[in-house]
Write a protein that binds this ligand. Structure first.
Ligand SMILES: [Zn+2]
Length: 246
């Protein structure tokens, strides 16, 4: 598999949080071991961390652009949280079903090291929204929590992440279905059918259709098909209120 690894921050002026330890140092230590681990296991890794950026937005878009350009199969952004010194534990963010399954496994592995389980969450983070492939953002633990920083070990954290990403449980990945509830259209963008070229929209009847993955985006699901049988496109938008992903 081809992984895109985004070592959070480490690109001034995009610098991470300052807690008991500096987020930049933590993400770099963990990220570099994750990259080595994946390469040792025979996977290809694209380091999506930019070497320079004009501002935070530039830093983030360079990360997503690199992953898209290199067509990685899976994107992993590594971060550490900061709040009020008492919050602690691990949370992993994902916005597609396929990414959520991997997020679950990564979370389980990190929680197995003794960190508090804060769950898999969904948020429209830039790198999750703007990458073309399934993507997760890991908040490994809190850099301002004495509890977390006492437990933290870069090697163990990186090994847990690696195991979650490529561990044996990966084969249990379950299939997804697009359920169409009312007759609707598959569209090349989120624009309304009446504003799109007629030949670019495909009618779809109520029913259950197997899919590879789906993202929620602007009131629609961007659905990825297992083949190009649906009008020679691998991906289509479908109005979310007319459908369901299961
Ligand atoms: Zn961060």
């Amino acid at each position: 598999m081809k992984f895109g690894i985004d070592i959070g921050h480490n690109c001034p002026p995009d610098i991470g949080a300052t807690g008991i330890k500096q987020e930049d140092d933590l993400t770099k230590a963990v990220g570099e071991i994750v990259i080595q681990n994946l390469q040792k296991a025979g996977h290809t890794v694209v380091n999506c961390t930019p070497s320079s950026a004009t501002d935070l937005n530039d830093s983030l878009s360079k990360r997503a652009n690199k992953a898209n350009r290199e067509k990685v199969d899976f994107y992993v952004s590594i971060h550490f949280n900061k709040f009020n010194g008492t919050a602690n534990g691990t949370e992993v963010y994902a916005i597609s079903p396929k990414a959520s399954e991997v997020a679950d496994r990564v979370l389980d592995e990190i929680v197995g090291l003794g960190f508090r389980d804060r769950g898999v969450k969904s948020a429209n983070y830039f790198v999750l929204k703007n990458t073309d492939m399934p993507a997760i953002l890991i908040e490994c633990c809190f850099c301002d929590s004495p509890i977390d920083m006492a437990k933290y070990n870069a090697q163990k954290m990186a090994d847990a992440i690696t195991k979650g990403l490529i561990g044996k449980s990966q084969t249990t990945s379950k299939p997804h279905n697009l359920i169409i509830k009312t007759p609707t259209f598959l569209k090349p963008s989120t624009e309304q059918v009446k504003d799109l070229p007629k030949e670019s929209c495909i009618e779809i009847k109520p029913g259950t259709y197997p899919i590879v993955d789906a993202h929620f985006e602007e009131g629609h699901y961007l659905v990825e098909w297992p083949d190009s049988s649906k009008g020679n496109r691998r991906k289509h938008f479908v109005f979310a209120s007319h459908s369901e992903i299961k």
